[in-house]
Write a protein that binds this ligand. Structure first.
Ligand SMILES: Nc1ncnc2c1ncn2[C@@H]1O[C@H](COP(=O)(O)OP(=O)(O)O)[C@@H](O)[C@H]1O
Ligand SMILES: [Mg+2]
Length: 293
């Protein structure tokens, strides 16, 4: 097995975990950092792609390029995919996933429950907002963003209009969502690889003053059992977005779960810690099987 790990996250715990697992298992893994590379846009083969470097065509690319420097990496990724190397996840699916509006639309069109969401443009009317999405509270989100950045809880009509006026100074559009109150301050992260849900944890915000459960913001993860309901919902969500590896975030409670978002570059470290196992050892071979079967 020979793969390229394509990521800008040179020091991240997950990058180290994947490189460590590869070294320990004797898998051949080259780390490619798109923004460091010179590459030839007109190359007709992988061997020709990086001038002055000797590179062989890998079996596949494991792409971890969610929010960080996406644009710098995207053309290279498209080029690699066009030269016949399977990219997990593929560029055309990454572009849909990173836009929260497009991703939620794709999920809801596939019949997957999501929080009721309004895309708000600059000439909004307050009444139309109050009529379309129940609240307060509401959750306001930037269309592009990760790790909890650009996600805010709005607890009154008065703060909603002032928050919107302020956000429109930076963003052309924002998303307003119903607040999912059941199990608030927590969500369930399910890791789906090659169509199968393989691990899950409940993530909890660090304290009662925080409603976002992202581990990056100090949230804690605790292993949970993958029930049939969680498994089906997570696998369907990953499949609707065409993602071979996905971290599916689920809000609410059993019987009325909704999918908050689907991450295309899920971190492995927090979930491995919660599961008490090195998930890189399971993920990488599954990605390899997905491209060879
Ligand atoms: N509609 C919502 N209702 C309740 N909590 C929410 C809602 N949307 C997001 N959250 C909380 O905020 C966190 C971050 O939101 P998310 O949309 O996943 O943004 P990011 O892409 O930055 O992770 C979620 O993991 C969840 O804990
Ligand atoms: Mg999230």
């Amino acid at each position: 097995m020979f793969f390229w790990l394509i990521t800008h996250l040179e020091d991240s715990a997950t990058t180290k975990q994947i490189l460590g697992a590869s070294a320990a298992q004797g898998w051949r893994c080259d780390h490619v950092v798109p923004r460091r590379q010179n590459y030839l846009l007109t190359a007709t083969s992988i061997e020709e792609l990086f001038p002055g470097e000797v590179r062989e065509k890998p079996d596949f690319c494991y792409v971890r390029m969610g929010s960080s420097a996406f644009i710098e990496g995207f053309a290279l990724l498209s080029k690699i995919a066009s030269l016949g190397v399977p990219c997990i996840n593929s560029p055309e699916h990454l572009i849909v996933q990173r836009d929260k509006a497009q991703a939620l639309l794709t999920l809801s069109q596939a019949g997957i429950p999501t929080p009721r969401t309004l895309v708000i443009g600059r000439s909004y009317s307050k009444d139309s907002i109050f009529r379309s999405v129940s609240g307060p509270p509401w959750v306001l989100k930037s269309r592009f963003g990760a790790k909890g950045d650009g996600v805010m809880l709005v607890e009154s009509e008065r703060s909603l209009t002032s928050a919107l006026d302020w956000l429109f100074g930076t963003y052309p559009q924002v998303l307003l969502q119903e607040f999912i109150a059941a199990q608030a301050g927590t969500d369930i992260r399910v890791l789906v690889v090659a169509g199968k849900a393989i691990a899950a944890m409940r993530r909890s915000a660090p304290d009662k003053n925080e409603f976002r459960s992202n581990l990056f913001l100090g949230g804690r993860g605790q292993r949970v059992e993958l029930t049939a309901e969680l498994t089906t919902l997570a696998e369907d969500a990953a499949s609707a977005l065409g993602l071979t590896i996905a971290g599916v975030d689920i809000l609410g409670e059993a019987g009325s779960y909704v999918v908050c978002e689907v991450n295309s570059s899920p971190g492995l470290k927090g979930l491995s810690d919660a599961m008490g196992e090195d998930l890189a050892l399971e993920v990488v071979p599954r990605l390899f099987s997905a491209v060879t079967h």
